[in-house]
Structures are given as structure tokens and as C-alpha cells.
Ligand binder design. Structure first.
Ligand code: NAD
Ligand code: MG
Length: 380
């Protein structure tokens, strides 16, 4: 049995991972990390009695939990998840934490040369270079959970790289894809959180509406598959049935088509790219007749270009972009920043923070804080 830790166990990806682990006796879940939903912990430990270690952000009432579960090791605070990843014995880790907070745990896992099932794309957006170095030095491995990247990995597994013309990255375009930038006045958080095809955590749902998510996914794909942004074509595909793929030099396409259900990509990652049966509901090919693909307009979605530039420049650019974005998204969700201003904040913060080629964790963390601080000044 493979010993697994699950970081971000109460979120959208975390709970879908638990669904799979419950039915899979290849894994023993030995550690979980969560943010604030402490009330979820007793039932999680009862559901998975193999849990030896738990991390949570708040310390309040931790003694009560310790009293209830005396054999479980509890960690708390911002560095709890990475300490758990450092001190627990495990073979593989799922990182489903949202945001910059996921980077240090990813570094811990890969410093031990372990297998990392990665949903936390911000780890690569901010620390792609650092993570690349760690994998080279320590021999760890990443299996992507992001649906597009799992789809690309699946397509790549069956073809020769020399035959590839382009990687095709599909995007739903979010709820406002048919609206011009002019028409984006008055968008409320409730409107932006109503994603047409996926049910996900709040932060990634807003990133989908600005297509920051797609920009991050270009960066993620470049780091994961050792390609450049020019090797990728982005298409808006509102039905989210084609999850990405490859165009071959002979003009044909190999695309991953199936129901929009994250259990599929999570299972693909957990099984190290084995094609497992019975996870995804089967789609009828009839549905393909309703599949649309449109070129995306870079001027309508400027966040994608900002991500591509950040990838090309490297160093601190990913940290600056991601930190500014996390703050701008929070301000929008709190009603302190208009939706339409999110990309403007990113542009301004990137202009203010000078380029630094460094990519050590302490420096990336300091640029993350600086970018948040600069972005916060745009809130009202
Ligand atoms: P979510 O908000 O639903 O869940 C986030 C999880 O992280 C929760 O368990 C939360 O308690 C935990 N968390 C937050 N801050 C933490 C901290 N500082 N320390 C420890 N735990 C913390 O988010 P999600 O939608 O599940 O997304 C998770 C990650 O997966 C994101 O990076 C997202 O971009 C990526 N992703 C999500 C989906 C999806 O379908 N939801 C698809 C592809 C990629
Ligand atoms: Mg995705």
C-alpha cells in the first residue's frame, strides 16, 4: 500500500480525491492538511482511521481535538502543512491547497524526492524554476491533476514528440466570454462565481472568468512538459468536453474528450497515468456535434498575455503576478474592487515591482508579500 498525504483535504479537489481514496485500497491516507474548516476534522479521521497527522491553520481548540484523537499528531499555523510534509512518513502527496500557500509544501515533498500529485498550479506559476531544479536534484516526480494537463499528458503518452505540431489548450472562457470589456461594468461576485461548466473553489472560478487561470495553465504546461508558450494554441471551448490535446504535424488532432468531472484527472494522476476504468461517466459522441472551438482574443483577456510574459522573463515575475492576482481576487470578492479592474491591478503591480532573476523560496515569498501589499492599495 502507498502511504499518501492530502494537502487541502476539505476543498473541491480535496473532497473529490477523498471520494476516490475511499474506494481504492492501493493507498493508505496518513496525513491531511486543511485551512480553516476545523469542524470537518473529526469526521475525516473517523472516515480514514489511517490518518496519523493533521494540519490546520487555527490553533483555537486544538487541545480539544488532541484530546479526542490522542494518537494523531496535530500541526497548526501557516507552516503546518509543510511541517507535516516534512515530518510524516509517506510515499506520495496530493497538493490541493489553493494559492501561494501551496508552494512550500510542494517544495517539501519534492525535496524528499517523492511523487507529487499537483493540483496547486500556483506552485509552478511562482516557483517553476525552483521546482525544476529540485526534481533534477532529488529525483521526485509530478503528476498533474489539472484537467488540461492530465489530458495533454495522456495524449503525449501515445505519440512521438517529434510528430507534434502544437499543444492545444482548451478554455471554457468563463461566464463572460461573450461580453466585451466595455460590458463588464457591474459584475458582482455572485455573477462571476457562477461558472458555466465546472464547480470549483472560489479563487480558481474568478481566475476562470478573467482567464488568468488559462494564463497560469500556459505557465504550468511549459514547466511540466518542457515547452514554450509559442508551442501552445489556446481555444475557447465553452462546453468543456474536450480537455486539451495535441495537433500533429500531419494535420490531425489527438484530443481528450469526456465529461467535465475532476474525478477523471485525479484518478489518472493517482494511478501514475494508467487509464483506469469506471471513474468518468461516459459521454456519447453525439455530444461532440455541439462542441464549439474559437480562437481567444488576447485584448479581451489580457491576463493570459501577462502570464506568458512572466513565464518568459522568469525570476520573480510569477511571484509578482500571482501575489497581485490573489489580492485582486480577494478584493473583488469582498466588494472592494470592480471585476473589470482586476487585470489593471496586475499590470500596475508588475510595473512597480522590478525584475529580479532570483528564484529561491525566501525571495519568492518576499515578492509575493510585496505584490499583495501593492495590489491592496487599489482596493477601496
Ligand atoms: P478550494 O478553495 O475548494 O480548496 C482549497 C483547500 O486548501 C481547502 O481544503 C482549504 O482549507 C485549503 N487551504 C487553503 N489555504 C490553506 C493554507 N494556507 N494551508 C493549508 N490548507 C489551506 O480550492 P480548489 O478549487 O480545490 O483548488 C485547489 C487547487 O487546485 C488550486 O490551486 C486550483 O487552481 C487547483 N485546481 C482546482 C480545480 C477544481 O476543479 N477545483 C481544477 C484544476 C486545478
Ligand atoms: Mg484547468
Amino acid at each position: 500500500m502507498r502511504r499518501l498525504i492530502l494537502l487541502g483535504a476539505t476543498g473541491s479537489i480535496g473532497t473529490q480525491t477523498l471520494d476516490l481514496l475511499e474506494k481504492d485500497d492501493a493507498f493508505s491516507l496518513v496525513g491531511i492538511a486543511i485551512g480553516h474548516r476545523k469542524s470537518a476534522i473529526p469526521s475525516l479521521i473517523k472516515r480514514f482511521p489511517s490518518i496519523e497527522a493533521v494540519s490546520l491553520l487555527d490553533k483555537d481548540n486544538i487541545e480539544e481535538l488532541q484530546g479526542l484523537f490522542p494518537k494523531v499528531r496535530f500541526y497548526f499555523g501557516e507552516d503546518g502543512a509543510s511541517r507535516l510534509a516534512n515530518e510524516t512518513q509517506y510515499d506520495e502527496a496530493v497538493n490541493a491547497i489553493v494559492g501561494f500557500a501551496g508552494l512550500l509544501p510542494s517544495i517539501e515533498v519534492l525535496s524528499k524526492g517523492k511523487v507529487l500529485h499537483l493540483a496547486n498550479k500556483e506552485s509552478l506559476v511562482v516557483g517553476g524554476q525552483l521546482i525544476g531544479r529540485l526534481i533534477k536534484e532529488k529525483g521526485g516526480r509530478i503528476y498533474p491533476i489539472d484537467s488540461e494537463h492530465a489530458a495533454i499528458a495522456k495524449c503525449l503518452s501515445s505519440i512521438d514528440r517529434k510528430d507534434i505540431d502544437k499543444v492545444i489548450l482548451t478554455a471554457s472562457g468563463g461566464p463572460f466570454r461573450l461580453m466585451s470589456r466595455m460590458a463588464l461594468n457591474g459584475i458582482t461576485p455572485a455573477m462571476a462565481l457562477a461558472h458555466p461548466t465546472w464547480k470549483m473553489g472560489n479563487k480558481i472560478t474568478i481566475d476562470s472568468a478573467t482567464m488568468m487561470n488559462k494564463g497560469f495553465e500556459v505557465m504550468e504546461a511549459c514547466y511540466l512538459f518542457d515547452i514554450e508558450p509559442e508551442d501552445i494554441d489556446i481555444f475557447i471551448h465553452p462546453q468543456s468536453l474536450v480537455h486539451s490535446g495535441i495537433r500533429l504535424k500531419d494535420g490531425s488532432y489527438i484530443l481528450d474528450y469526456g465529461k467535465a468531472d475532476m474525478h477523471g484527472p485525479i484518478a489518472y494522476s493517482l494511478s501514475h497515468g494508467e487509464k483506469i476504468e469506471g471513474i468518468r461517466k461516459v459521454s456519447s459522441l453525439d455530444e461532440l456535434k455541439d462542441c464549439d472551438f474559437m480562437a481567444y482574443d488576447p485584448a479581451r483577456f489580457p491576463a493570459v498575455g501577462l502570464a506568458i510574459d512572466s513565464f518568459k522573463q522568469k525570476g520573480n515575475r510569477g511571484a509578482a503576478l500571482n501575489g497581485a492576482n490573489e489580492m485582486a481576487v480577494s478584493l473583488f470578492l469582498e466588494g472592494k474592487l470592480p471585476f473589470k479592474e482586476i487585470e489593471k491591478v496586475l499590470e500596475e503591480v508588475l510595473k512597480k515591482i522590478p525584475f529580479d532573476p532570483a528564484s529561491t523560496y525566501p525571495l519568492l515569498a518576499s515578492y509575493d508579500s510585496l505584490a499583495r501589499q501593492e495590489a491592496k492599495a487599489f482596493g477601496n
